[in-house]
Design a protein around this ligand. Sequence first.
Ligand code: GDP
Ligand code: IMO
Ligand code: MG
Length: 434
Amino acid sequence: MSNIVILGAQWGDEGKGKLVDMLAGRFDYIVRYQGGHNAGHTIWIGDRKFVLRLVPSGILRDGKTAVIGNGLVVDPLALLEEAEQLRAAGIDVNLRLKISNRAQVLLPSHRLVEKISEAVPGKVAIGTTLRGIGPCYEDKAGRRGIRMADLMDAEYFPEAARQVIADHVTRARAFGVMDEVNPDQIIAQYLAAAEKLRPLVCDTAYLLKGAMQSGKNLLFEGAQGTMLDLDHGTYPFVTSSSACAGGASTGTGVPPTKLDAVIGVSKAYITRVGGGPFPTEALDAAGDLIRNRGHEFGSVTGRPRRCGWFDAPLLKYSATLNGFETMVLTKLDVLDELEKIPVCVGYKIGGHVTTEMPATVRELAKAEPVYEELPGWMCSTEGISDWDALPSRAKDYVQFLEKLTGVEAGCVSTGPERTQTVVRAGSIFAGLMG
Ligand code: GDP
Ligand code: IMO
Ligand code: MG
C-alpha cells in the first residue's frame, strides 16, 4: 500500500492539477485536504480544458473515488456549479465524489466579511480571491462555524445559519460594507443544495480507513502552496489553511503514520498571485515573457500572476517543512526562449547572505536575491517526454536546481498535457505512471 501527498512547493499554481490527474491512474482515492474554491487546478486532456476548484483532480478518471476532506471550506452552491460543469462534460460526480460531514460550510456572507479587510480603504489588502475563504476558516477557529453535517440537519441549520449571517452583517456594517444580504433566501438555497449533496456526505475518515484496510491507495491533493500555508508561509500574505504536508492528515483524519511519501510540485521558475514580498520577482521584459509564454493568469480570478526566477532558498525551506526528497519541475518549456536564466542561490539581508527563509515579511521584503546565471537553451522543449531528448543546457539547468536544493527532479513537465512529461529513470514516478 502506498499513500502519497502531492503539494505545491511555492506560492500555488505550480501545476498540481496536471500531476494529480496524471498519477491518479495508479490510485483508488484522490483526496483534497484543505482550501476551498480559491483553488484552480487546470487539466488538459487533448483540447478539453477542466479547471477544478473544490472537486479533486482525480475525478476525471473512471473508477476513482474523489474525496473532499474535513479540512476544506465548501461553498455548496459553488460545488454544485462545478458538479454541473463536470456533468455537462460527461462526468457524473454523484458516482465518484464523497464529502466529509465535518467540512466547513462557506456562506455568501463570508464574502461580505472579507470585504472588511480587502476592500475597506486604509486597510492592508492581502489580495485574496474574495471567495470568503479566510472568514470561513476564522469562524471555524472561532468555533462558530457550520459544518456539512449541520447543513444536512434541516431543523438545526436555519437558526444556526441565521445567527452566523447576522454576526457577519453586524461586522460588515460597522466597517461601512453595506451590500444587501437576504438570510431567508440564503437558507432556502442552502437547504435545497443540501438535498442534492446529501447522498455524497459521509464520514470520510472512516471511508478512508476502510479503503486502506482493503488495500486501496490514497493520493492526497494539496491546494495553494507551502508559501501560502497559514503557519509556514509569508504571513500574513497567506491563505487560511494548512497547505503543507501535515494538513493532509489533519484535513482528512488519515493518521500521519499512514502517509508514505510527499512530492513537491515546483515551477522551473516561480509565480505568485496577490500581495506580499516576492524577492525574485522579475518586473522587466523577462517577467512579461514568462507571463505570456506561461499563460500566467489566475485560473480562478484571471489576475495576472507575478512572475520571477527560481528561488532555491524558498524551495529548500519547502522541502524542509514537507519532507519531500523528490519534486516535479513544471513548465520548463516556458523558459525556452530565454538567453540567460538567473537562479536565486541565497538572500542578502542587512549585509549577510543566508539561505534560510526569514520569519517576517518585513525582513523578506529587504532580501536581495543573490543570483547565479545559467545559459538558456534557446530551442523548444515543448512536449518532450524523454530525458535524453532535452537540450543539454536544459538538462544542466534541471541538474543545477537539483544540486542547489538537494531535491531530485524525478519528473519534468514540458507542457500542460499528461503526455508532455519526462519521467526520470529510477525516480518514484517511474513506478507511478499509468
Ligand atoms: P495548480 O493550481 O497547481 O493545479 O496549477 P494551475 O492549473 O493554476 O496553473 C498551472 C498552469 O500551467 C495550467 O494552465 C496548466 O495547464 C499549465 N501547465 C502545467 N504544466 C505545464 C507545463 O509543463 N508547461 C506548460 N506550458 N504549461 C503547464
Ligand atoms: P491553487 O490551488 C495561487 C492566494 C491569493 C492570495 C492568498 C489568500 O490553484 O494553487 P485566499 O482567497 O485563499 O484567502 O487568498 O492566497 N491564493 C492562491 N494563489 N494559487 C492558489 O490556489 C491560491 N489560492 C489562494 O491570491 O494571495
Ligand atoms: Mg491554480
